[in-house]
Write a protein of this length. Structure first.
Length: 175
């Protein structure tokens, strides 16, 4: 177990906790809380998880700590965080179901495509579009959690970049 894997595990632990703050607002434990506090806590947890996403990859590459466990934990943690975020935002009616459907469908399809590519000895590396899609999704999720202006516009921009980056991965696979 190394630091990057520990950060991925932290992200895995944060995802359901963040989801809890998004969807369980009527829990008696939170009696007397103003609804905005749920957004603040969920937003804080999302920011912490997003930061771990950056640092686990950076540290793994910089310190040469890339492991097989990490290659499983990191994408799992990423998918859990995005799934928890989007499901929670749909439950509280802040994310359009079609936008979430398109994003998650692309994520599952490209994950499957990458598994097939590896089984064929191909490596489909993360592209600039893939990294841009992740950053834009994270910004959109943050805006949606905080219920800030332009959140829906950012979400649909994230959908467009997400779909385009998926196209880029498919094109690379077939080249």
């Amino acid at each position: 177990m190394n630091l990057p894997n520990t950060l991925a595990l932290l992200r895995i632990a944060i995802a359901p906790l963040m989801l809890w703050f998004l969807v369980d607002r009527n829990n008696p434990i939170f009696a007397g809380w103003h609804f905005s506090w749920f957004d603040y806590f969920a937003g804080l947890l999302f920011v912490i998880a997003s930061i771990t996403d950056f640092f686990d990859g950076y540290i793994a590459r910089s310190w040469n700590q890339i492991t097989k466990l990490g290659s499983i934990l990191d994408p799992l943690a990423d998918k859990m965080l995005m799934l928890a975020s989007f499901l929670g935002l749909m439950v509280i009616d802040r994310a359009d179901v079609w936008a979430v459907f398109l994003i998650l469908t692309r994520e599952f399809f490209i994950t499957g495509l990458r598994v097939v590519a590896v089984s064929e000895g191909k490596n489909i590396a993360s592209s600039m579009w893939g990294k841009s899609k992740t950053v834009l999704q994270m910004i959109a999720i943050g805006f949606l959690i905080m219920n800030w202006p332009f959140a829906t516009t950012l979400l649909w921009l994230a959908v467009a970049i997400t779909l385009y980056s998926g196209y880029e991965y498919i094109k690379e696979y077939f080249n």
